[in-house]
Write a protein that binds this ligand. Structure first.
Ligand code: 0A1
Ligand code: ZN
Length: 860
């Protein structure tokens, strides 16, 4: 092993090593003398002994300016990133002072500057970059925060909790003090200082408490805050109605900043958001963006109970708050429009992000056993699979017991740091269900595969359903036990189209099971995993005719969508593997769906969408990206040509002007834009002019961006013109310019790799901004055709970019690495090139532990 590797080999943290803290910190007083270049932070910690040992304060940054115990300068030493103080008694006052430089903080963890606004991000381990502290979620403290700052630059000073005082100082500075009465871990600490405007409102809780709400943004962004504010009020009412949870402080503030590593952060009473999840108006945000704003506003708000009032004991329990909160925000969004379409969208996300993770070298359980860098564990497995676990428990115990269990959980663990086990135990206690085997879902990684086959004896009218499950091996887990799978299923008659049974909930908790149905007079077709009741891959013996039948007749909208998707996937896989392009079954099924009266337009638009290249790739043992691309293009074209009249009819359904964000109008836009894409794929001579006309006439971003995407997928002059017009129209609007980069990085054109390489040299490509980095590099990584270009140019490009970005923002660089982990699924030549890039990344001197962990694990 060379010296670089030896240096980079980081410490591994194990769940089994958890020990309660030796010291608790019931009260904290912080004083910030704020300045972008040099901020002074004075901290006074009242500490109380909990067990044997020195006081250990996590500390990342230059040595402290002073350390005192009970008012007297004290001895201290640094040990493995911790400031260690030997304390003689059982209770002391520990005071420290440090100086930090927010404007040099490119990692965006701790206190940093975003376009002149000072803000914080502490989850998971950012607080130690602000002040020495036991930076672990099981140390809960009450915070008092005093901020002093230049009044002209930072007229607004916000922190957690409620404001308790403010005043002027003589030197152009002013101060404000905030107090948060709820004990919280330091990862929920936040402050903001900046020149901000507020969109304010009030919300009266069920018990009559009036809460002042504020959405704080820069002055120019104020007109784009109405949707977020509406969503917040809806979320507050929903949490009262559905979970009986009220808000608990007098103020609730949201601040939008342009530079942010994730989507948003649930700091107590002071949520800090990536501006892309706050700002929306019809001219700059798509329907999907509007949905995203409402979902993230709700998600962060819901954390006030699932995360803040009840927090996590350690970071291995992250899914306790994240999986549950995603489940809650999914329920909220489902209630705002079509629940069926919301489920389809959530499953698509799960499959794209989580199933692929579970099938690759970065697979890990929902409750991991070990990590090197916790930031790498904010994954689709923790969030989205974690939400599926909660959903399955809700299905198993039923809605009444589920609500009783969440009440019990909130009640019992309020003000404490809990574990996933605590949550499951509440589910058991409130329902009386035995969830012993269900717990395997928390410990075993990998997506279970369920095979289902049905035999029918026409004479006796008996149908026999055979189910079997298999959980594939994942890194470090070669052998798995059977999981508990709640499968909602129903039989339909192939001849009459009628349901033959009621819907049943079957809990498959052994490796195999057999179910017998009597009185089945005609050949049954199986509808299984309805509503996607378990996050599994179903392998059934249903042929194209059965799937087409279900896509037309199933009464469960998810199952109906699923049948169409499976039919499309089977068709594409057959085309790639056997080179046979038999499109007739898909064609007929799509035609039937388009013709069906009374179907929700959004549902139709979802159902007729072809699976992505990457998802088709995930079905193949060996991915030939060019063959997948060609097969999908051929099907797209064929559907476009042969159903042209239907696409024209769908395209003729005009959306309302002006733009309205309603489920019906969203559906119309989505279907119309899908139709436009099919017309373009068909090679229709007027497609480019139709798209360009839409691009120019659109009064909203949904239609404008869809037209732009269609145009750039065509090799037409209009595409270049539209890109220029779009860029010039929105120059200086970062969220829209992100879309401009992203649309080009997602383009199916053959020259995309070259174009993206060129775009990385564009003056607006500043990867220090995480949104911008993701818009180009993140989109490029999931563009299977472009990233996997045969000559390896895509691999080289992305690796170069990640190596550069790692020096500024390791978290963001590490999150863009996973596309390299798919190397096993490609041919020898591509696989070798991908591995070589991973080797190159881990050999970079000074590579971060974030990127090192992801790259080294991806080599396995
Ligand atoms: N708890 C947040 C996610 C989050 C995690 C880390 C962050 O900074 C690096 C920021 C946000 C959520 O679930 O929304
Ligand atoms: Zn969250």
């Amino acid at each position: 092993m060379d010296i670089q590797h030896a240096v980079a080999q980081p410490t591994v943290i194990h769940r089994a090593d958890y020990r309660p803290p030796a010291w608790s910190v019931p009260d904290v007083a912080l004083a910030f003398d704020l300045d972008a270049a040099a901020t002074r932070v004075r901290a006074a910690l009242s500490v109380v002994r909990n067990g044997a040992g020195d006081l250990r304060l996590d500390h990342e940054g230059p040595p402290p300016l002073s350390v005192a115990v009970d008012g007297v300068a004290a001895d201290w030493r640094m040990e493995d990133g911790q400031l260690v103080i030997a304390l003689p008694g059982d209770a002391h006052l520990v005071e420290t002072e440090v100086e930090i430089a927010p404007d040099r903080n490119t990692q965006l963890m701790g206190l940093y500057a975003s376009k002149g606004i000072l803000c914080t991000q502490c989850e998971a381990e950012g607080f130690r970059r602000i002040t020495p502290f036991p930076d672990r979620p099981d140390v809960l403290s009450r915070y008092r925060v005093r901020m002093t700052a230049d009044k002209a630059r930072y007229p607004v000073l916000l922190a957690n909790g409620d404001p308790v005082g403010a005043g002027e100082l003589d030197d152009g500075r002013h101060w404000a003090e905030w107090h948060d009465p709820f004990p919280k871990p330091c990862y929920l600490f936040a402050l903001v200082a900046g020149d901000l405007r507020v969109n304010a409102d009030t919300f009266t809780t069920g018990s009559g408490r009036e809460v002042t709400l504020g959405i704080w943004v820069r002055a120019a962004d104020l007109p784009r805050t109405a949707h977020a504010l509406d969503a917040l009020k809806l979320a507050m009412a929903w949490d009262e109605r559905v979970y009986g949870r009220e808000y608990d402080l007098d103020v609730f503030n949201i601040v939008a900043v342009d530079d942010f590593n994730f989507g948003a952060m649930e700091n107590k009473g002071l949520n800090i958001f990536n501006s892309r999840y706050v700002l929306a108006d019809p001219d700059t945000a798509t329907d999907v963006d509007y949905d995203g704003v409402a979902a993230v506003v709700a998600h962060e708000y819901f954390h006030n109970w699932s995360g803040n009032r009840v927090t996590c004991r350690d970071w291995f329990q992250l899914s306790l708050k994240e999986g549950f909160t995603v489940y809650r925000d999914q329920g909220f969004s489902a209630d705002q429009g079509s629940a069926a379409v919301k489920r389809i969208e959530d499953v698509r996300t799960l499959r794209a992000a989580q199933f692929s993770e579970d099938a690759g070298p970065l697979a890990h359980p929902v409750r991991p056993d070990a990590y090197q860098e916790i930031s790498n564990f904010y994954t689709a497995t923790i969030y989205n699979k974690g939400a599926e676990l909660v959903r399955m428990m809700a299905t198993i115990v039923g809605p009444v017991a589920f609500r009783a269990a969440t009440d019990l959980y909130f009640d019992r663990f309020d003000g404490t740091a809990a574990t996933c086990e605590d949550f499951v135990a509440c589910m058991e206690e409130a329902s009386g269900c035995d969830l012993a085997r269900f717990r395997r879902w928390y410990g075993q990684a990998g997506t279970p595969r369920v095979s289902a086959s049905i035999d029918h004896e026409a004479g006796s009218g008996r149908a026999t359903l055979r189910l079997a499950q298999h959980v594939p091996a994942t890194p470090g887990q070669p052998d798995k036990q059977p999981m508990v799978l709640p499968l909602r299923l129903r039989l339909f008659g192939a001849a009459t189209g009628r349901p033959l049974t009621d819907e049943r909930l079957v809990i498959l908790d052994d490796a195999t099971d057999t179910l017998v149905f009597d009185g089945v007079g005609e050949r049954p077709v199986l509808s299984i995993n309805r509503g996607f009741s378990a996050p599994v891959i179903v392998e059934s013996d249903r042929d194209a005719a059965d799937l087409a039948f279900l896509s037309a007749h199933d009464d469960d909208p998810f199952a109906r969508y699923e049948a169409m998707q499976q039919l499309m996937l089977d068709t594409l896989v057959a085309a790639v593997v056997e080179g046979r392009a038999e499109h007739d079954a898909v064609l007929a099924a799509v035609a039937t769906t388009l013709d069906a009266a009374g179907l929700d337009r959004t549902f139709v638009a979802e159902a007729v969408l072809l699976p992505s290249d990457a998802f088709v790739g995930d079905q193949l043992a060996r991915v030939d990206p060019d063959a997948v691309f060609a097969a999908r293009e051929a099907l797209h074209r064929d559907l476009g040509v042969r159903l042209a009249a239907r696409w024209r009819a769908a395209y003729a359904e005009r959306p309302a002007v002006p733009y309205a964000y309603t489920p019906a109008e969203k559906g119309k836009r989505r279907l119309r834009n899908a139709a436009l894409a099919y017309l373009a794929a068909s090679g229709a001579p007027d497609a480019a002019s139709l798209a360009f006309g839409q691009f120019e006439a659109a009064d909203n971003m949904t239609d404008r961006l869809a037209a732009l995407q269609t145009l750039i997928s065509l090799d037409a002059d209009e595409g270049e013109a539209a890109l220029d017009i779009f860029y010039n129209r929105y120059a200086g609007d970062p969220l829209v310019i992100d879309k401009w980069f992203q649309a080009q990085a997602l383009s199916p054109r053959a020259d995309t790799t070259d174009r993206v390489t060129e775009l990385a040299r564009h003056p607006d490509f500043a990867p220090a901004n995480p949104n911008r980095a993701r818009s180009l590099l993140g989109a490029f990584g999931v563009n299977q055709r472009a990233f996997h270009r045969a000559d390896g140019a895509g691999y080289r490009f992305l690796a170069d970019q990640l190596i550069g970005l790692d020096k500024l923002n390791p978290q963001t660089a590490a999150r863009l690495l996973p596309p390299f982990g798919r190397w096993r699924r490609f041919d020898e030549t591509r696989g070798a090139m991908m591995r070589a890039e991973l080797e190159r990344i881990i050999a970079v001197p000074g590579v971060s532990k974030d990127l090192f962990e992801q790259a080294s694990k991806s080599l396995n």
